[in-house]
Design a protein around this ligand. Structure first.
Ligand SMILES: Nc1ncnc2c1ncn2[C@@H]1O[C@H](COP(=O)(O)OP(=O)(O)OP(=O)(O)O)[C@@H](O)[C@H]1O
Ligand SMILES: [Mg+2]
Length: 477
């Protein structure tokens, strides 16, 4: 097991590789209400005990209990919308989970990342968007990027509940619906559930952000899957929830080996998604995921698919630039044009820096830097659809300053593969590129390619120095 495996084992809390189970049945629509549950933990459903009766035939020989394979929930809590995919461990395909009614301005599978507080009651997703009155909390994820005790700029957050509490309520509402769906689609026993969520950070993790995320996820998890669960539904009264959630938010997060949830860098998930694509050919890939609030970039070498596939992540960055910034600039009319130009300039800078930092590792070695001649940029995230952004990537090769002339420079969209769409939606897959993060997160760590994070992708030695024969080679001739 290499260092990265150990690090990711630590992140995900999984160690052993389980046996490969069969693919899951196709997804069914989630029931409106969660079925009744036992108050015990959902992770192990008790086997029903037969009632003794003399008139009944002798009980049949006990059959070995069929193990229900675990389900991994890939939860992409985005600034604009939340996307969810489910995968049974070992399955090739993953299901897109549709938890909310469709709404204009959102992909058909997405839940608006919105919370409305009206008359002391909480409303989530589409219902929050369509209601009026009270306070609408949007861009909750971006609020978490601010320091915990730092100045809160938005007035709504200055006077209202703290973002951690609102996000915990929102995620609890989401998880309750996810759980209801899993229960309904597993009539023979409730599977163990593992949750992977991404935080907007790169491999050089922001420890404070990760800890903050872990506390929020833990409180949402406990409110749904814990022993003393308290499902949060539309119209829940905030003041009733507040003490319980605040208590949970303060609790110590268990050790990695005993918690079923993990927080991963948001730059990693699309690479995992890419590595599953059978159309992918080995080579250098830059992934640009520009969402509403943040942009994640990573530059990677991905080799042949297969059991020992390796991904070398040369460099990755997560920056707070996204569709929200562009939309704000658009709303300023002609004055906003300068702002848009500044945003594009800032994006280009981080795009070039990501490439440059990665390329410099291979530059001293001609054989190594040769592979940068075939360079593909894969786009994910809604704001990458903006013409200015796509043009900034397509038109300008930011790499012309360096001694590597690309023979091939492609810009395309990354669409996750082996995705089961809900038949009732009857929708083409044109928006699937927005699922790259959820798709990657739904893959259990055991199925990831072997990953080398930037710290493990070392700078190449100068080939001429390395290849120089040692002095004795000349002496002994
Ligand atoms: N066709 C389009 N043209 C321009 N912008 C678009 C288009 N489609 C979506 N967007 C923008 O993309 C953003 C949503 O994208 P996405 O769902 O990837 O974000 P998110 O995952 O919620 O955010 P983040 O990843 O930053 O947390 C919104 O700002 C939306 O306005
Ligand atoms: Mg996103």
């Amino acid at each position: 097991m290499n260092i990265w495996d150990r690090v990711l084992g630590w992140l995900t809390g999984h160690r052993a590789t389980p046996p490969e189970p069969k693919a899951p049945p196709p997804i069914r629509p989630a029931p409106k209400k969660a079925p009744a549950r036992t108050p015990t933990t959902r992770q192990s459903r008790p086997t029903p005990q037969p009632t003794p009766s003399s008139s009944q035939p002798p009980p049949a020989q006990p059959q070995p209990r069929q193990e229900v394979p675990p389900v991994i929930v890939g939860l992409d809590f985005g600034t604009h919308s939340t996307k969810i995919m489910l995968r049974t461990r070992g399955a090739k395909q993953a299901n897109v989970l549709v938890l909310d009614q469709r709404m204009d301005g959102y992909p058909w599978f997405a839940v608006p990342s919105l919370v409305r507080l009206y008359d002391g009651r909480l409303f989530f997703g589409r219902q929050a968007a369509e209601a009026s009155g009270g306070t609408l909390y949007r861009s909750l994820k971006v609020q978490l990027l601010r320091p915990h005790d730092g100045p809160v700029e938005q007035e709504t957050f200055a006077t209202g509940p703290e973002p951690d509490l609102l996000v915990a309520c929102y995620l609890s509402w989401i998880l309750e619906r996810v759980r209801a769906h899993i229960v309904a689609s597993h009539p023979h026993g409730e599977p163990r559930v593992f949750l992977n969520m991404a935080a907007p950070m790169n491999h050089f993790e922001k420890e404070s952000l990760k800890v903050r995320y872990l506390h929020i996820i833990q409180s949402a998890w406990e409110s749904v899957f814990g022993e003393k669960s308290f499902p949060i539904e539309q119209g829940a009264v905030l003041e009733k929830l507040r003490p319980r959630l605040q208590q949970l938010l303060k609790e110590v997060v268990p050790d990695r080996s005993s918690r079923p949830f993990a927080v991963l860098p948001e730059t990693v998930a699309p690479i995992v998604s890419l590595s599953l694509d059978p159309r992918m050919t080995p080579g250098m890939y830059m992934i640009v995921d520009m969402g509403a609030g943040t942009t994640e970039l990573s530059v990677n070498h991905v080799d042949e698919r297969g059991a020992d596939q390796k991904v070398l992540c040369y460099h990755d960055e997560s920056v707070v630039i996204g569709g929200d910034n562009f939309e704000w600039a658009d709303s300023q009319g002609p004055q906003g044009e300068a702002e848009t130009k500044q945003l594009i300039k800032a994006f280009r800078r981080v795009f070039a820096t990501t490439w440059h930092t990665g390329y410099m590792k291979d530059r001293p070695n001609p054989a190594a830097h040769g592979r940068w001649r075939n360079f593909r940029v894969l786009l994910a995230g809604g704001a990458a659809r903006r013409r200015e952004v796509e043009r900034a990537i397509v038109d300008r090769r930011p790499f012309s300053n360096f001694p590597v002339a690309e023979e091939r420079y492609d810009v395309a969209w990354h669409c996750p593969t082996d995705v089961i769409l809900d038949k009732s939606v009857g929708e083409s897959g044109d928006q699937l590129a927005l699922l790259a993060v959820a798709h990657g997160l739904s893959v259990p760590r055991q199925q990831w390619p072997e990953f080398f994070p930037p710290a493990e992708v070392e700078q190449q030695k100068d080939a001429e120095v390395v290849d120089m024969p040692p002095a004795y080679w000349y002496l002994e001739r």
